[in-house]
Design a protein around this ligand. Structure first.
Ligand code: 6PG
Length: 459
């Protein structure tokens, strides 16, 4: 395999940035895009290292065999169309990499479909947006282990690095690379929503500039994260049209491209409680209910919520720990379900730079995951919970009293309370199930499932 040459299909924002990143690292790019203009622009800018192609056949002919081809096209049908268009010109031993946000079961189907042709197929989660793609993204490649060594040098050359370690590692077989990226995005949604909730609470008695200053201060310590940092920038940005804060001019409706929803769906399918990730997705969904939202007038106008910023800070920290513990819990659970043998500590380590959820906390999590692959079971998590829970409870009490919706932080508190509660009422659920459906229950101290004749014993 020629490590100094790669085919790249799809030269949109991400594809173009990756092409430049590859060329900056001495890897020549043979590129193809459905519309001609992006291909021609790259050729003009990089005449020596970029080969412009205008058909799939040309792209395949220009590459030395075995070929390495990365595609950066939208998830879904465009990926299947790209594979179908390339396939007639490919040979056994060629490697295809899907760098988009494809659904992991689709990636597995494509791997199976290509198996008989001897073509290796990787689902490569890529995080970091346009800037990351250009300067060094975090990458999550999943696919056949035997073919990984061929793509490793190229991926390591262009990845972000953290303390000289590349932010890319072999994730596992099948669709595991895209699965890990999907849950990365689920955690991304939850991190974003948690920051939005803190902003909402602080907005009660702080200006955007004051909130930015607080976030900048938090960002100097253990809470440091890429998302918190960009939020401080956003809060300071002024409207070019002269209306003050640009943020205050933005419509209060959040969109998504589906990865957060898939994360929630997978959590439900795995019967794993990733409630805070689901809450974050649902918060975006509710923001879209514009007609309903405008029909419900505010009925209570109390005094504004006033919380010590440090109380909010502590509540925010605990919420983040729950977000990551649930996200990595999903990894752990999926790894067992699909026999992927995921290295959770290694995944946390590659998240430390390049990706959207990069943050200081991941360093701690990577260490903790070496000791125990369930973050909720670590002494570290127990200690954090004992120290920070009163602050989270205080924030949620205030938010409920003042009608400030904080679904993710509230979800984190509920989950912590559920874990710590000696009685969840599940005994009553079992009794109800047994009453109307003879679904049986277990008596304390017994392994046996038994049915009780509830109706006839009622006097
Ligand atoms: C990343 C991001 C990226 C994602 C966007 C938009 O890791 O670089 O997760 O892959 O596509 O952030 O996601 P939503 O449109 O679903 O918010």
């Amino acid at each position: 395999m020629n490590n100094k040459q790669i085919g790249l299909v799809g030269l949109g924002v991400m594809g173009r940035s990756l092409a430049i990143n590859l060329m900056n690292h001495g890897i020549s790019v043979v590129g193809y895009n459905q519309s001609k203009a992006p291909t021609e622009t790259l050729k003009k800018g990089y005449p020596d290292t970029f080969t412009a192609c205008f058909t799939d056949e040309e792209l395949c002919n220009q590459l030395s065999t075995p070929r390495m081809i990365l595609f950066m096209v939208p998830a879904g049908k465009p990926v299947d169309d790209t594979i179908a268009a390339l396939k007639p010109f490919l040979a056994p031993g060629d490697i295809l990499m899907d760098g988009g946000n494809s659904f992991f079961h689709d990636t597995e189907r494509r791997q199976q479909e290509l198996l008989s042709s001897g073509i290796h197929y990787f689902g490569v989660g890529i995080s970091g947006g346009e800037k990351g793609a250009l300067l060094g993204p975090c990458m999550m490649p999943g696919g056949p282990r035997e073919a990984y060594d061929s793509i490793k040098p190229v991926l390591e050359a262009i990845a972000a690095s953290f303390e000289q370690q590349p932010c890319v590692t072999y994730i596992g077989p099948g669709g595991s690379g895209h699965y890990v990226k999907m849950v990365h995005n689920g955690m991304e949604y939850a991190e974003m929503q948690a920051i939005a909730e803190v902003y909402l609470a602080l907005k009660q008695d702080h200006t955007n500039e004051e909130i930015a200053a607080l976030f900048e201060q938090w960002n100097e310590g253990e809470s440091k994260s890429y998302l918190l940092g960009i939020t401080a920038d956003i809060l300071k940005e002024q409207d070019p049209e002269g209306n003050g804060s640009l943020l205050d001019e933005i419509v209060d409706v959040a969109h998504n491209k589906g990865t957060g929803r898939w994360t929630g769906q997978q959590a439900l399918e795995q019967e794993y409680d990733a409630s805070v990730l689901l809450d974050a997705y649902l918060a975006r969904a509710v923001s879209n209910l514009t007609d309903l939202r405008s029909s419900y007038e505010v009925t209570e106008q109390g005094c504004p919520l006033r919380l010590e910023p440090e109380t909010l800070h502590r509540a925010y920290d605990l919420t983040r720990y729950v977000i990551y513990a649930q996200g990595f819990g999903l990894y752990r659970n999926a790894s067992m379900k699909y026999s992927w043998n995921l290295d959770l500590s290694g995944i946390a380590a590659i998240f430390r730079a390049g990706c959207i959820i990069q943050c200081r906390l991941l360093d701690t999590l990577s260490e903790q995951l070496k000791q125990n692959d369930d973050l909720f079971m670590t002494d570290w998590m127990m200690e954090q919970r004992n120290t920070l829970l009163p602050s989270l409870r205080k924030v949620i009490l205030g938010s409920v009293q003042h009608g400030i919706p904080m679904p993710v932080m509230n979800g984190a508190l509920t989950f912590m309370d559920q874990l710590g509660s000696p009685l969840l009422g599940a005994n009553l659920i079992q009794a109800q199930r047994d009453y109307f459906g003879a679904h049986t229950f277990q008596r304390i101290g017994s392994e046996l499932f038994m049915h009780h004749d509830w109706e006839h014993s009622i006097k």
